[in-house]
Design a protein around this ligand. Structure first.
Ligand code: SF4
Length: 284
């Protein structure tokens, strides 16, 4: 079960995305997948390259559209473990509409946001995750807007699995991706992934000083939605660990007649000429 391929990532040395790639590869092996069991769908951005760096089915989509593609893959082939990945600009700006609706739809896929709080591929502009006052080429006097809290949005949208991690904590990140892959519904995992080239504020050291690790909060209950929202707000969304999980809600595809037994790719769609003509007649 080797999820590595021979393509060398062209991320900058030190980019947080390397650890996310390694965590996905380890998690996939740890949950017992074979490369042909996994599909990785990505959007556009430095993060979007990840679908080419994992030995599995890969689909490098368009900006902000990894989730519609990933949901289509899952509906077509329910046997696949489907993982979508993209950056905070990809998922929380142009792709935000898809993110919210995929969350509430609860299709059984895992979505990893590689959150560096800036646009890296286009050389350093303010993103929806950049803090107020954050100075870049696009906001030279400092960002006027507030940073989005993806954890609050996900919880409010009805997510059944919410986790957050840090690319420096490979052990925790790998474990959360494993749990996300095994969760029967939509798993949202936000990962702090420093952009060492363009973000000189949210550095590895900055995250280490500001993160609140739930593993050090023994009385925290990830099944308690109110506790989750309170903790997210108390810590300014800086929590890491499993933040919320609801295993009672069943996944979208398990409710859809015709899909719940088998994905499209495995259905027998051979019909006779008479059956075909009858079907066409119904639409005349
Ligand atoms: Fe990573 Fe930033 Fe370099 Fe992109 S520009 S590869 S996000 S360090």
């Amino acid at each position: 079960k080797d999820f590595r391929n021979n393509i060398k990532p062209n991320w900058c040395p030190g980019c947080g995305d390397f650890s996310i790639q390694a965590a996905i590869q380890r998690a996939a092996a740890n949950v017992g997948l074979e490369p042909e069991d996994l599909a990785v769908v990505s959007g556009i951005g430095c993060s979007g390259r990840i679908s080419g760096y994992i030995n599995a089915y890969g689909f490098h989509g368009v900006h902000g559209r990894s989730l519609p593609i990933a949901q289509g893959v899952k509906m077509a082939n329910r046997e696949l473990t489907v993982l979508a990945a993209g950056g905070d600009g990809d998922g929380f700006a142009i792709g935000m509409g898809h993110t919210v609706h995929a969350i509430r739809r609860n299709i059984d896929i895992t979505y990893i946001v590689m959150d560096n709080q800036i646009y890296g591929l286009t050389k350093g502009q303010t993103s929806p995750r950049s803090a107020e006052g954050f100075k870049t080429k696009s906001t030279p006097a400092g960002s006027i807007e507030s940073a989005l809290s993806p954890l609050e949005v996900a919880l409010a949208a009805g997510a059944t699995f919410i986790a957050q991690s840090f690319s420096s904590n490979l052990k925790q990140l790998t474990s959360l991706i494993e749990q996300g892959m095994q969760h029967k519904g939509f798993s949202f995992i936000n990962v702090f992934s420093p952009c060492v080239t363009f973000n000189k504020v949210n550095t590895y050291d900055w995250f280490k000083e500001n993160i609140v690790n739930l593993e050090e909060t023994p009385d925290y209950d990830p099944t308690n939605r109110v506790m989750a929202m309170t903790k997210i707000m108390e810590t300014g969304s800086m929590l890491t660990g499993l933040i919320y999980q609801n295993t009672a809600k069943t996944s979208y595809e398990s409710h859809v007649p015709g899909f719940k037994e088998q994905g499209l790719a495995n259905q027998n769609i051979q019909i006779t000429e008479d059956e075909f003509n009858k079907l066409v007649a119904e639409f005349k």
